[in-house]
Every structure is written in structure tokens, then in C-alpha cells.
Design a binder for this molecule. Structure first.
Ligand code: NAP
Ligand code: GDD
Length: 344
């Protein structure tokens, strides 16, 4: 079985690639050319499996529809997972056109390439709980209404609808995975969970003084990326292509997350955390809580890692990273940065 993963260098791409290699797939992934190497999350599997022919990377960008269609034609994958996106909600307000282009044109380019291919291919669209808008504390499922509140969310609604349209119009096995927030030790450092655990690690090692955040009252349903990629694969194997919610069914605020993370190192977060308008969004998604009953009943999928295990795994990893950073600082090999990350 061959698979093509767009966005293989991202958090989910890295977890999914590992999972599918373990399952015996020949994995192909797209990478964007950048001025510095951006394959950090998959370097270990790359060095191990590229030579054996189980993993191959290809330069591509979702905005380059020619490269997408030639990849689909040349590789002839059995399954395509479209994970690539400008995935940061706050950044989508600053780069609305780019975020929209990638989110919308990218998915249609892939769906069109699949439609015109002679080979049958399954398609996975990385839909998002952001599409719901989070205006109330109700548990959200596959039937809940989408009220997008950001350019990111609006582009995801478009791609979600196109996936359904291609499924219904052309009989393509096209699946929408509506995933609630999922995190891990390789989560991007500008998402709130990793920003917090990174700070906890650094503060505990004396190389960071404070942490500046935005809205501390926002509530999310946070799960573990390793569990969620298993759910993605399970959806694709189900005989009926459909829409599926993956979540943990538990809601926590940013303050709860701060409490749990700082408690691990015995510190009181309120002594270190400041808030700034810089990290508030023009339009906030206040509350997201998911109901994953359909995935549980029909796929047998359930999250294995709960919030405490997730926070612990992320904090442990970031204490380890902070210790390594502290050694480099002591040896004068790097300059101190008192807050991290330094950009939004
Ligand atoms: P991520 O870590 O930000 O990874 C995004 C990936 O997309 C990276 O590989 C990135 O490449 C690539 N990419 C960005 N723009 C691209 C473009 N124009 N052309 C080709 N590739 C591009 O995101 P993630 O957390 O793994 O999420 C994976 C997908 O699930 C995304 O579509 C996201 O919107 C969606 N999603 C995520 C969550 C969540 O909580 N993690 C929840 C629901 C839905 P670089 O490495 O070069 O930047
Ligand atoms: N990033 C960030 N940085 N968020 C902050 C901060 C901060 O300093 N302070 C408070 N927050 C709040 C945000 O306002 C938001 O309400 C919440 O923390 C979570 O923000 P993020 O971690 O950036 O995630 P997100 O929920 O906006 O989006 C993520 O989950 C979506 C699924 O619901 C991303 O992974 C999206 O790609 C994904 O679709």
C-alpha cells in the first residue's frame, strides 16, 4: 500500500508517517523548500527508512497544483492524507489571503487530481473543530453547525464541504476528520500548550523569567496527537466514507493547563504569567468540547492519553530540552532569550 501525506513535516504528519510505516505502507510526503532544513520532526525515520525505500520526500507546495497532480499520477497512492495548512488561527488573521488559498485551493487541487486519476484513491481532509466557532459549552458532534470565526476556520469549512461534494458527486472515498485540539512534545512552539510547557521547562532551569499569553479563559478539548493519527487511519479503513469527530470529551481552560503544567515543577504560574493584547485574537473561539461517540461506536476508537498524561509528557520533554539549552548557554555557545518563542 502506498500513501501520500501532505504536511509530513508538521506535528500530525510526523506521527502519521511513523504509524503508517509501522503498518507496512510505502510512505511519500511533501516538503516545502525553505532556506533552512525543516524536516526536524521526521529526521530520525528519514535516516532509517529512506534508504530502505519505505519513506520518500518530494518538494511540493499546496499552491502548486501542477506538482500535486504529477505527484498523484507518478506515485499512484492508495490513500492521500491532506494535512498541509497554515494551521495557526491567530496568524490566519494576519495572513488571510495565503491561509485561505492554501486551505481551499490545496484541497481542490488534490481532489481534482484524484478524480481524474484512473486509479481509485482514498482521500482524508484535515477538518477542524475550529469550524464550529465555539460559541457555547455544548458537546459538538458531526451534526453540529459550523460558524467559523477566523480565515483559517472559513477555509477549513470550504475544504470540508468540497470533500463532501467530491464524495457525493463522484463516489470518491473522501473522509473528513473533524479533529479537536491535539498536542504532543513535537507540537509547534507557538500553540498555547507547547508555549506553556516550553516555558515551564525553561523557567525550571532558570533560563526564562516570564511567560506572556493572551486569553487565559479560553476552553479547549485537548488530546494527544499519537492517539488522533490512529483515528485518522481508522476512518480511512471504514467501508463508508464519512465525517468523524475525534476528541477526548473533556474541557479545560488555558488556566487549568497552566495549573497542571507549573504544578509538575512545583511552581505557582501566577507569579510568572503576564497577559498582553498581542496574543488576543480579533475574534475568539471561547469553548470547544467534542463528542466522539460515532468514532467510538463505529471505529472502536478512544483516546488513550488524558490531559494529565499529556501535560506530563510535554513538560518532561521540555525540561529535557531546557537542560540541553542551559548547557549551551553556560558554554557561551548561544545567547540568552528570556522569553520563548520570541514571535507570535
Ligand atoms: P502543523 O504542525 O502546523 O503542520 C502543518 C504542515 O503543513 C507542515 O508540514 C507545513 O510545512 C505544511 N504546510 C504549510 N503550508 C503549506 C503549503 N502551502 N504547502 C504545503 N505544505 C504546507 O499542523 P498539525 O498540527 O500537524 O495539523 C495538521 C493538519 O490538521 C492541519 O491541516 C491543521 O490545520 C489540521 N488540524 C490540526 C489540529 C491540531 O490540534 N493539531 C486540529 C484540527 C485540525 P512546514 O513544516 O514547511 O511549515
Ligand atoms: N497560540 C496562543 N498563544 N494561544 C493563546 C495564547 C498564546 O499566547 N494565549 C491564550 N491563547 C488561547 C487562544 O486565544 C485560543 O483560545 C487557545 O489559547 C488555543 O490556542 P492555540 O493553541 O493557538 O490553538 P487553537 O485552538 O487556536 O487552534 C488549534 O486547534 C485547532 C482545532 O480546534 C490549531 O491546531 C488549529 O490548527 C486547529 O484546527
Amino acid at each position: 500500500m502506498k500513501v501520500l501525506i501532505t504536511g509530513i513535516t508538521g506535528q500530525d504528519g510526523a506521527y502519521l508517517a511513523r504509524l503508517l510505516i509501522e503498518k507496512g505502507y510505502e510512505v511519500h510526503g511533501t516538503v516545502r523548500r525553505s532556506s533552512s532544513v525543516n524536516t526536524k520532526r521526521i529526521d530520525d525515520i528519514l535516516s532509517k527508512y529512506e534508504r530502505e525505500g519505505n519513506l520518500a520526500l518530494h518538494y511540493s507546495d499546496l499552491l502548486d497544483s501542477a506538482s500535486i497532480s504529477s505527484l498523484i499520477n507518478n506515485i499512484g497512492p492508495d490513500e492521500v492524507y491532506n494535512l498541509a495548512a497554515q494551521s495557526h488561527v491567530a496568524v490566519s488573521f494576519e495572513n488571510p489571503v495565503y491561509t485561505t488559498q492554501v486551505g481551499t485551493l490545496g484541497s481542490v487541487s488534490i481532489l481534482e487530481a484524484i478524480r481524474s486519476s484512473k486509479k481509485e484513491m482514498k482521500y482524508y481532509q484535515a477538518s477542524s473543530s475550529e469550524m464550529y466557532g465555539g460559541g457555547s459549552s455544548e458537546k459538538l458532534n458531526e451534526e453540529s453547525k459550523f460558524i467559523p470565526k477566523s480565515p483559517y476556520a472559513a477555509s477549513k469549512v470550504f475544504a470540508h464541504n468540497m470533500t463532501t461534494i467530491y464524495r457525493e458527486s463522484y463516489g470518491i472515498h473522501a473522509v473528513n476528520g473533524i479533529l479537536f485540539n491535539h498536542e504532543s512534545p513535537i507540537r509547534g512552539e507557538t500553540f498555547v500548550t507547547r508555549k506553556i510547557t516550553k516555558a515551564v521547562g525553561r523557567i525550571s532551569q532558570g533560563i526564562q523569567e516570564k511567560l506572556t499569553l493572551g486569553n487565559l479563559d479560553a476552553v479547549r478539548d485537548w488530546g494527544y496527537a499519537g492517539d488522533f493519527v490512529e483515528g485518522m487511519w481508522a476512518m480511512m479503513q471504514h467501508e463508508e466514507p464519512s465525517d468523524w469527530v475525534l476528541s477526548t470529551g473533556k474541557a479545560h481552560s488555558v488556566k487549568d493547563f497552566l495549573d497542571k503544567a507549573f504544578n509538575i515543577v512545583g511552581l505557582d504560574w501566577s507569579k510568572y504569567v503576564e497577559t498582553s493584547e498581542t496574543y488576543y485574537r480579533p475574534n475568539e473561539v471561547d469553548y470547544l468540547l467534542g463528542d466522539y461517540s460515532k468514532a467510538k461506536n463505529k471505529l472502536g476508537w478512544e483516546p488513550k492519553v488524558q490531559i494529565d498524561g499529556l501535560v506530563e509528557m510535554m513538560v518532561e520533554n521540555d525540561i529535557h530540552e531546557a537542560k540541553q539549552e542551559a548547557v549551551l548557554l553556560k558554554e557561551g555557545l548561544i545567547e540568552p532569550t528570556w522569553e520563548y518563542p520570541v514571535i507570535k
